[in-house]
Write a protein that binds this ligand. Structure first.
Ligand SMILES: Nc1ncnc2c1ncn2[C@@H]1O[C@H](COP(=O)(O)O)[C@@H](OP(=O)(O)O)[C@H]1O
Ligand SMILES: [Mg+2]
Length: 262
């Protein structure tokens, strides 16, 4: 048992939206402590991954004992209980943007907690401790009116897919490099960017919670071929996605259909 105590007690009788937000926030508080502990580089990444994973597993076992869990850091690919026959599966990424987590004072890292139930994402939360905020399906972000200026495409800071540069040029826009899939999706909801486009590799836990929040906020979410993002599959590889303000979806998907991502 970890001796860490979240700053707020578990909300009594919490619904799944509140539970997701509370779990992600609690893991974020623990990670802020870990980050202040003096470790660096790989040691800090490993300590953060392990501490957050263990806390989330412990709190889920306590508060949602009947549900299955798929965690990036779990055993056998993070599977606890038979998630493929379960009705309810929590899909968690204990630290998303692990690289940026290990580079204080960067704020582009996040904790993802999503709930999948019988085929759909039904709740989710993305905590971004660097912003002091947790974004959740319980109180979906209200997307502000778009700031004036060129289209902003947010993409991986450390491995931006090559096609993204061509897309940015095609749209006459600009590239916003950022770590963490969660932070990137949330940047669209915050009007820091207009679209997040990724291809070439990712897992279900990288996008489940951010996509749940993005959908609740009214953003477009899909695979790059326009098909729906589907979760709790046998193979948890989910390599590409588009999350954007709805008004950009058609143009982005048309570009990807025509030019591909090679
Ligand atoms: N090509 C790839 N293959 C596997 N995972 C990838 C990937 N590109 C990005 N990811 C994962 O997606 C998340 C966001 O990446 P990025 O910050 O580069 O956009 C990271 O999650 P983790 O930090 O949880 O490992 C990263 O590992
Ligand atoms: Mg991740």
């Amino acid at each position: 048992m970890s001796d860490f105590l979240p700053s707020t007690p578990a909300p009594e009788g919490a619904d799944d939206h509140v539970m997701a937000a509370w779990l992600a926030t609690a893991a974020g508080e623990l990670l802020v402590d870990v980050r202040r502990g003096g470790l660096e580089g790989k040691e800090l990444k490993d300590a953060g991954d392990a501490a957050s994973h263990e806390l989330l597993m412990e709190l889920l076992a306590q508060h949602r004992p009947d549900d299955a869990v798929l965690s990036e850091e779990g055993p056998q690919g993070g599977v606890v209980k038979d998630r493929l026959s379960a009705d309810r599966v929590w899909i968690v990424d204990p630290v998303d943007g692990t690289r940026e987590f290990s580079e204080p004072p960067r704020d582009d890292w996040a904790i993802h907690v999503a709930l999948w139930e019988r085929g759909e994402l039904v709740a989710g939360a993305v905590a971004q401790p660097g912003l002091g905020e947790t974004f959740s399906t319980g109180h979906p972000p209200v997307v502000p009116p778009r700031a004036e200026g060129p289209v902003r495409i947010v993409a991986s800071r450390s491995r931006p897919p090559a096609f993204v540069h061509a897309l940015v040029e095609h749209l006459g826009g600009e590239l916003v490099p950022m770590g963490s899939a969660g932070a990137k999706v949330i940047s669209v909801a915050r009007d820091v960017s207009d679209a997040y486009v990724h291809a070439g590799g990712q897992y279900e836990w990288d996008s489940a919670a951010p996509v749940a929040v993005a959908r609740a906020a009214g953003l477009h979410t899909s695979r790059i071929d326009g098909s729906p993002l589907v979760y709790n599959q046998e193979d948890v590889w989910l390599p590409d996605l588009v999350v954007c303000r709805p008004e950009y979806a058609e143009r982005i998907l048309a570009f990807l259909a025509e030019h591909g991502t090679d």
